[in-house]
Design a binder for this molecule. Sequence first.
Ligand code: M6R
Length: 588
Amino acid sequence: MCGIIGCVSEGPVSGILLDGLKRVEYRGYDSAGMATVNDGKLSVRKGAGRITDIERRKHLSALGGNVGIAHTRWATHGGVTDRNAHPHTSCGDTLAVIHNGIIENYIPLKTRLQSKGHVFKSETDTEVIAHIIEEEYGKRSDPLRATIAATRKLEGQYAIAVLFRDRPDVIVGARKDAPLIAGIGDGQMFIASDILAFIEHTDKTVFLDNQEAALITKDSLKILGADGRELSREPTQVAWELSNISRTKYAHHTLKEINEQRQTVAAAAVQDPAKLAAFAGAIRKAGTIFITGSGTSYHAGLLMKSRLNHEAGIRCDTVVSGELKEHSAFLGKGSVLIVLSQSGETADVLEAVKEAKGRGAKVLSIVNVAGSTLSRESDQTLLLNCGPEVGVAATKSFTAQAVVVNMVVDAVLGRKRSEGVEELPKAVEEALKTERQIKAIVQKYMDRPDFYFVGRGYQSPVALEGALKLKELSYIHAEGMPASELKHGTLALIETGTPVVVINPSGENHADTLSSSEELRARGADLIGISDVEDRVYKHFVRVPRVQPKFMPIVEVIPLQLLAYHFAVAKKRDPDYPRNLAKSVTVK
Ligand code: M6R
């Protein structure tokens, strides 16, 4: 959940680190800090707050030196304070460490270190790493071997970068169950949790595998495997457009990404026919099938299950990744786990994959980030092709997932092409035109504490997604559910003026959802209908274009994304960086 970057260069690094840090700020934004080595001195500047804040208060970019590390934090152990911000240093300030992950055994380690005289300056789990490396470095003046020896004492997950005061020519990195990537530039080398951190400088990357460690100098990369042996690995070229990362004319990344859906639905549809056929073939041949993902990706998984069940007659279940273990007794040889994830780094998702692979199941993934841990752990992968998604709220990745899962189901059904996919960019354009109307709805319901979202069948995942977006961006309490469930309890909460969003396209469930709407209206609810067909039951009607039923969630979710975004802006919340959250949840 934290962003880390380290750089060794021919020239000064603080500006490079600061820019990189801003690019990975979406991973965590409680605190930030930087350490460099210059003229034999290790300097650390850090504090609680957003990066621009820390830069203003502590002048990170004024740090001199051609080697440095920087960190943006999403707090796990220890409150959001200046002292708990990374980097953390050893007793004698001989080295500094940044960390993404959780050290599960930090309490016994800390107790032992304290009994040996180590003095701790923070409440974090991370600080133990600095003290243990200090001990190991005292035994052998080899930064890489000392770091590896220290990591052997750690339980939990980590991606770390270590800076040594007496070695201004190197940075050491190590990882276990958290991503770490090296970037190979011209006269400069990087180590980071995310390609975005250094993509402005190089698109040549080397992905470290689990339990590997690396040492970078300005012009070399040395990797040691879990067994301590040196490995050679060819760099991969990454193709993400840098221009996609800036907000351009939009006020926020989230709004930019909502608007980009015109293009991204088309990009998602560009799939290699052979890969798609192989993916579908593996599903057809599978015994037990589970679909998994977290948050928004889970909602896309529900769409997939619905069509596999109803149209392909394939029995499968969608479970949230954090709960997959509860179902894993059914997974074994011949089973398939279909995994959806934007980042490909979500800890719950990777844990589910580990569980399934351990039982001999095949892993088929649909992921946005090429080269992510998920894509590398999978037997087969289809990419979402929607470019970097920086806003914490998943927007364009959800509609890209809706495109890809439908293409997969169509391939399972033996269809050569996904009918209706070509009309999506125009339909998205139409759906985006609902923005003015949505803004008016936001003004009307600014003071309402609760929102409800309902839909039937294929539209219930859209209701869940609408509620999730509203909660995370505007902090308004929201619930999404199948319209049929209302009368089993939630109807008791409906009173005069309670806003309820009804997602109700034309089709087989339309009449039943209208009946649920009448029940809601009779209890005083203000209904906001999202549909291609109007009805007098709705107090507000938001028309979305009619597309193939399988693609309706794409045009329905867009006004819901806009609703959440505009509520956030109207309530003066930062939609790109909602409180308490981070884009990639890389801790359990
Ligand atoms: O990167 P992933 O798709 O695996 O992320 C899963 C969830 O953490 C993510 O969808 C989260 O729920 C979003 N913030 C929702 O907008």
